[in-house]
Design a protein around this ligand. Structure first.
Ligand SMILES: [Ca+2]
Ligand SMILES: [Ca+2]
Length: 421
């Protein structure tokens, strides 16, 4: 089938479907790369090669415009990994899932099968467990050509390390001796180490840092601009592999009172945050102290520097001082729940996949202690949230694959589940 026919098919589907918002997924089978056939371009003078295609399948998903029906979640086991805390995707076309084992291993799942040899083993460098361990994993843009990735772990001294490792000639095995440490952050207490790593749509590496620990942020680190603790950091890890760079558009560049890595501040323990695959918006789940678990939203248009309030506030409530706190300049969460419903929020992802139409546009988040999972969706200019299910899982993390399908980890059993209709 020639390319113009394919274009015709696209046009047909585009016009024939009831809404432009519908998702059309066409699976192509490349049958021939035809070097001899050629055609003229629109200028009439240039030869271009043509491709022969076969249409393997065409799927038109129901409209992703907000459904009035909340999705009913089902969970299909994918693999079992001891103490899973992170699920990441390499975006290299393999659709592999990488699952981080807290004690210091990374496992890969390829074509639905757990690869028996771990992708990476650095257990001797990692202190575990509680809130310590190998906690974060992210693959950079253009990983296919780069073949390196980033981790966030607690070292044997209890401090946070952000480092880079390289993959060997075997795509399912990384080299533990290839480590390049980008950043070490001293941790005053064993808890609240953050752990999330995500590349933003801007290509920069975002790092979640907790307030350092103890209880109530005793040194007020999350509000201290000279500290990296209690923040989300943003660095340019890709321009210079020997030394990370500060993005020139970071909000506090040139302000000597602030560490220039700071993107957002006033966070207690942003254990999990994620970017909306479609809009680039940032959703940050911040674990609360004794009463309130919270969810924060940041538009993709944000220029950074947002103060999310901790320890002045816990959720939408004054924390220190307990009443009459000064809220000027603080950004409140878009959702919160109290400790009658859980004790530790685990942020998830906004679903942008094709297999689960009722979930489209819904952000999922859960609670580690209660196993509850909530959905959050935009309703006009505001948000609405509801509990979708209460599971028996100790929810440590959600994950998103290359197609936008969502996964969840049960820390207790180690099972990774695909969230299905
Ligand atoms: Ca700590
Ligand atoms: Ca807050």
């Amino acid at each position: 089938m020639k390319a113009w026919l394919l274009f015709g098919l696209f046009l047909f589907l585009f016009l024939a479907t009831p809404s432009r918002a519908n998702l059309i997924s066409i699976r192509l089978l490349l049958t021939d790369w035809n070097q001899t056939q050629s055609q003229f371009d629109l200028n009439g003078d240039q030869k271009v090669n043509t491709l022969d295609f076969a249409i393997e399948s065409v799927t038109v998903a129901p409209s992703p415009s907000p459904s009035t029906v909340w999705p009913v979640l089902n969970f299909t086991p994918v693999a079992t990994v001891p103490s899973p805390v992170t699920i990441a995707s390499a975006h290299d076309g393999t659709n592999r899932l990488f699952v981080v084992e807290q004690s210091g291993r990374i496992h890969s799942i390829e074509n639905g099968n757990l690869v028996s040899t771990p992708f990476l083993t650095i257990t001797a460098r990692v202190s575990c467990c509680g809130e310590r361990g190998l906690l974060g994993l992210a693959f950079p843009p253009q990983f296919t050509s780069k073949q390196y990735f980033y981790v966030n772990y607690t070292n044997t001294s209890g401090n946070t390390v952000i480092s880079r490792f390289r993959v060997t000639s075997n795509p399912n095995v990384a080299d533990p001796n290839s480590e390049q440490i980008l950043l070490t952050i001293t941790q005053p207490f064993s808890n609240h180490n953050g752990g999330q790593l995500q590349f933003g749509p801007d290509g920069y590496l975002y790092i979640g840092m907790g307030d350092g620990g103890s209880s109530g942020d005793p040194q007020n680190r999350a509000q201290n601009p000279a500290e990296l603790l209690g923040k989300i950091l943003r660095i340019d890890s890709e321009s210079n592999l020997t030394q990370y760079q500060i993005p020139p558009t970071n909000p506090f560049v040139g302000n000597s009172a602030y560490r220039p890595e700071i993107w957002a501040l006033g966070l207690r323990n942003p254990w999990r945050f994620s970017f909306d695959k479609l809009t680039g918006d940032l959703l940050i789940a911040d674990v609360g102290q004794n009463q309130w678990e919270e969810l924060n939203w940041q538009s993709a248009a944000s220029t950074g520097g947002v103060n999310y309030g901790w320890r002045t506030m816990e959720g939408m409530h004054c924390f220190n001082p307990a009443s009459g706190c000064a809220q000027t300049g603080l950004t409140l969460p878009i959702a919160e729940y109290n400790h009658t419903l859980g004790c530790s929020i685990t942020g998830g992802y906004r679903y942008r996949g094709l297999q689960f139409p009722n979930l489209y546009g819904v952000y999922l988040y859960g609670d580690y202690c209660s196993g509850r999972i909530w959905g959050l969706r935009a309703q006009g200019t505001s948000w609405e949230t509801t509990q979708l299910i209460q599971t028996a899982y100790q929810i440590t993390t959600f994950g998103e694959d290359e197609q936008g399908e969502l996964f969840i980890a049960d820390y207790a059993s180690g099972t990774i589940y695909h969230i299905m209709p």
